[in-house]
Design a protein around this ligand. Sequence first.
Ligand code: 5GP
Ligand code: MN
Length: 337
Amino acid sequence: MENITQLKALLGVPKNIVITTHRNPDGDAIGSSLGLYHFLNKGGHTVRMITPSEYPENFSWMPEIEKMVVYDIDPEYSQELVEKADIIFCLDFNALDRIDKLGDLIEPTKCHKVMIDHHLYPEGFADFLLSDTTASSTCELIVDFIHLLGMESDLDVKIGECLFTGIITDTGSFRYSTSAKLYRIVGELVERGVDDYKLQDLINNSMKEKHLRLLGHCLNNRMEILEEYNTGIFYLTKQDYEDFDIQRGDTEGIVNYLLKIKNVKMAAFIMEQPKIVKISLRSKGDFSVQEIAQKHFKGGGHKNASGGFSFQPLETTLKRFKGVLPQYRDKLAAAVI
Ligand code: 5GP
Ligand code: MN
């Protein structure tokens, strides 16, 4: 962040601050919002968090998560908070269309905007930008941000546990996007008192029976392996959504099971949700799924984890996805894991 001195000066005086993050917030979106919230609160600011849509229930143990204002539930209050803000932090997203109507509210505001994010190709709407696509997570970047401000003595257990949560979820418990720097940061968080075992347990061993049954259903009945294209697909129908009572967050992590097959280098999860067909893409090694998400499914994301959506029916979307594969066949075959 080039103009950190200016931001540091702004934060030297108590401000009205809004923290916002992307739709369908994941562990990193929630962890970075809450971590920054507790940090700024400690600095004497009046801080509010807004998320465009509801957060998954499995994060309800996180300290003060209930203070998150959900735009979909409370649009008027969200608008009031945005209008009153002196500074708006945008975390874990880099384009205002990722936050839908909330983006339309934020765009015209005159207040200072700070973007902290690790996705590819950031839009230029922020006055202060901390963007690093090599970072594991936005939570890692919040630790960097605290260091840039020279306020690491404020990094306590509560802040650390929120940030550790996003690091665990965005790295699949330290399996990808790791670096020596990340391990140093994690070491610092543990030194501050973060209980890594407790957090791993809270995050990874919190499935309900219905989640395991849904995973079984995907593995048994909704899986296609296209060896020719080193690609695996899971899909879910509208009927599955009813039969398994699938709620927000219930499909999290399932797509990764496809990558357990040795020669599968790209995994796709195509979900016929009530209003749209959502697509989650994952890859191994140097094959990037970002381009497929952006070019063909109005989305984006990272090299190894991207997503998008389609308004066409499930069948058509599945066909369209399969239709794209021949163009990538050689790249997939050649990709180094
Ligand atoms: P997931 O598959 O877990 O929903 O998302 C994986 C990654 O892709 C996330 O980092 C997310 O930011 C990105 N992503 C998912 N859906 C969309 C989308 O509709 N638009 C864009 N631009 N990115 C998405
Ligand atoms: Mn993230």
